[in-house]
Design a protein around this ligand. Structure first.
Ligand code: NAD
Length: 356
C-alpha cells in the first residue's frame, strides 16, 4: 500500500502535536494544510516543511491525492468539515469534542456509514500508557462489574483565555465540552461504555467574570469576559442502563490546591477498585480479612499520546479495521451526557437522555 496522504485543517496549537504522529507513522505523509489564517499557515508550513497551503478547506477536502483529513479547528467547525470530508471519500480524524450536539454526531455517523471510511475522535488520553494498562486490567475482569465511578478534571485558574474557546460561536460550549469530554470519554471507556439513561447537572461561571480574572495557564492572559458566553464549570450525576452511576466534576477556574490540572478517576467494582492515573488496584480477601493495594506494571510510552493516536488511526486504516480506535458511537454517548448537563442546568431537574 502506498503512503496515506494527510491534509490538516486548522493548523493552530493542537495541530502541532499531531504532526509528530504523522511523521512517526510508517504509513503517512502530511502533504497540505488549510486554515482561515494565512499567518498561521505560513508559520506551520515553515515549521513542518509542508509547501501546499490554502485558506479554503474545500481545496483539501476535494483533493484526490489526500486520503486522511485531520480536523483540528475550533469545535463549531468539526461537524460540517467532517461530513464534507467523508462525503469526499476521506478517512477523518477529528479533535475533541467530535461535535457539540448528539444530533451533529449522528449526522457524522450517517456520513461515515455512507462513505465506508473510518472516523475517529482524537481522545488522546486513551493512548497514554497509564490508560492502556488500566483498560487491559479492567478487561481482564480485575474489578468485576464497575457499579460506580468518580472522575474529575479541575484546573487552578487555568482557563483557555482565547475567543476559540470562550465564544460559543466558535467553541459551542465551555469547560463542559472542552475538558469534560476528556475525562468523561476515558471514564466511560474504562466502564465499558454503558448506555447513559439520565443526568442531573450544573453548568456555571463564578470566577471568570470577576474583573481582572486571568489564566495562570495561558500566559497570565486576562479573561476577555466581554466576549465570554460559555460556562467555566460543570458537575454531573449520571445513571446508566446497567445500574452503574458516575459523579463528574470539571472546571477551568477553581481556587484549588493543585497547580495546573488535577485529573483523576476512581472506579469501584464488586471485585475491586482502581485509581487512574496512579494505576493502582484495590481488593479485599474476605476469608483472611486482608486489604490489598497493587500497582499495575507500566511500560514506557513509545510516543506522546497525541502522536500515538494518529499512528494508531493510520494503522487501523492500513489494517482495514471495521471501526476506528475511538468510534463516533462512543463520542455520541459522551455528547448525550454533556448536553444533558446543559439541559439540566436550564430546567433544574434530572434529564432523561431519551428526551434529548
Ligand atoms: N486533545 C487535546 O488535548 C486538545 C487540546 C487543545 C485543543 N484541542 C482541540 O483542538 C481544536 C483546536 O484547538 P487549538 O487549541 O488548536 O486552537 P487554536 O486556536 O490554537 O487553532 C485552531 C486553528 O484553526 C483555525 N481555524 C478556525 N476556524 C477555522 C475554519 N473554519 N477552517 C479552517 N481553520 C480554522 C484557526 O485560525 C487556528 O489556526 C479544538 O477542537 C480543541 O477542542 C484538543
Amino acid at each position: 500500500m502506498s503512503t496515506l496522504k494527510v491534509g490538516v485543517i486548522g493548523v493552530g496549537g493542537i495541530a502541532r502535536v499531531h504532526m509528530p504522529g504523522w511523521a512517526a507513522s510508517p504509513h503517512t505523509e502530511v502533504i497540505a494544510g488549510a486554515d482561515v489564517s494565512q499567518e498561521a499557515l505560513d508559520k506551520w508550513s515553515k515549521e513542518w516543511g509542508v509547501p501546499i497551503t490554502t485558506t479554503n478547506s474545500a481545496d483539501l477536502i476535494n483533493d484526490p491525492a489526500i486520503d486522511i483529513i485531520d480536523i483540528v479547528t475550533p469545535n463549531s467547525y468539526h461537524a460540517p468539515l467532517t461530513i464534507a470530508a467523508l462525503e469526499a471519500g476521506k478517512h477523518v480524524i477529528c479533535e475533541k469534542p467530535l461535535a457539540a450536539t448528539p444530533a451533529e454526531i449522528q449526522s457524522m455517523i450517517d456520513a461515515r456509514n455512507k462513505s465506508g471510511k473510518l472516523l475517529m475522535t482524537a481522545q488522546h488520553f486513551r493512548f497514554k500508557g497509564t490508560s492502556k494498562a488500566m483498560k487491559a486490567e479492567i478487561d481482564s475482569g480485575a474489578l468485576g462489574d464497575i457499579y460506580h465511578a468518580r472522575s474529575w478534571m479541575l484546573r487552578r485558574i487555568a482557563i483557555p483565555a482565547r475567543p476559540g474557546f470562550l465564544m460559543k460561536e466558535h467553541s459551542s460550549g465551555g469547560a463542559t465540552i472542552d475538558i469534560g469530554v476528556h475525562i468523561l470519554d476515558l471514564t466511560l471507556w474504562f466502564m465499558g461504555n454503558p448506555k447513559p439513561v439520565s443526568v442531573t447537572g450544573v453548568a456555571r461561571t463564578e470566577i471568570a467574570k470577576i474583573p481582572g480574572a486571568f489564566s495562570a495557564w495561558d500566559n497570565y492572559r486576562e479573561v476577555p469576559s466581554d466576549i465570554m458566553d460559555v460556562e467555566e464549570m460543570a458537575l454531573g450525576f449520571v445513571r446508566f442502563e446497567n445500574g452503574a452511576t458516575l459523579v463528574l466534576e470539571v472546571s477551568w477556574m477553581l481556587h484549588h490546591d493543585t497547580p495546573g490540572e488535577d485529573m483523576q478517576m476512581w472506579l469501584y467494582g464488586n471485585q475491586g477498585g482502581a485509581h487512574w492515573p496512579k494505576d493502582e488496584i484495590y481488593t479485599t480477601n474476605y476469608a483472611t480479612k486482608q486489604l490489598y493495594n497493587r500497582a499495575l506494571q507500566l511500560t514506557k510510552d513509545e510516543n506522546e499520546a497525541h502522536a500515538q493516536e494518529c499512528i494508531e488511526f493510520a494503522q487501523a486504516i492500513v489494517d482495514g479495521a471495521e471501526t476506528s480506535p475511538v468510534p463516533a458511537e462512543q463520542s455520541l454517548q459522551v455528547s448525550q451526557i454533556l448536553n444533558a448537563i446543559y439541559e439540566s442546568q436550564k430546567t433544574g431537574r434530572e434529564v432523561l437522555i431519551a428526551d434529548l
